[in-house]
Ligand binder design. Structure first.
Ligand code: SF4
Ligand code: SF4
Length: 85
């Protein structure tokens, strides 16, 4: 399974919790502090690296506050073919 992580732009976030409800592994929560607009911003709490990079959180965010990064598997290296000479 691929792994991912997110970055949340705290100043764009209004703490609506839509991303929290949308996240399958439940690795988003509200922070304990307030942003400059007085909202508790969403934050990634993922010590076990359960985020898959599915991007559901970013899709549902009405303020486009979430950027998703997903690890991609490295392309397979083609092995050199040995020829008998
Ligand atoms: S990318 Fe998917 S798994 Fe990761 S925080 Fe967002 S909703 Fe959760
Ligand atoms: S959906 Fe967007 S605005 Fe709402 S809590 Fe999550 S990051 Fe913040």
């Amino acid at each position: 399974m691929s792994s991912g992580r997110i970055i949340i732009n705290e100043e764009r976030c209004k703490g609506c919790e839509l991303c929290i409800a949308a996240c399958p592994p439940a690795v988003i929560d509200l922070a304990g502090h307030l942003n400059s607009r007085g909202y508790r911003p969403a934050t990634l709490l993922d010590p076990e690296h359960l985020c898959t990079g599915c991007a559901l959180c970013a899709v549902v965010c009405p303020d486009a506050a979430i950027t998703v990064f997903r690890d991609l598997p490295l392309p397979k290296v083609r092995r050199p073919v040995m020829e008998m000479v």
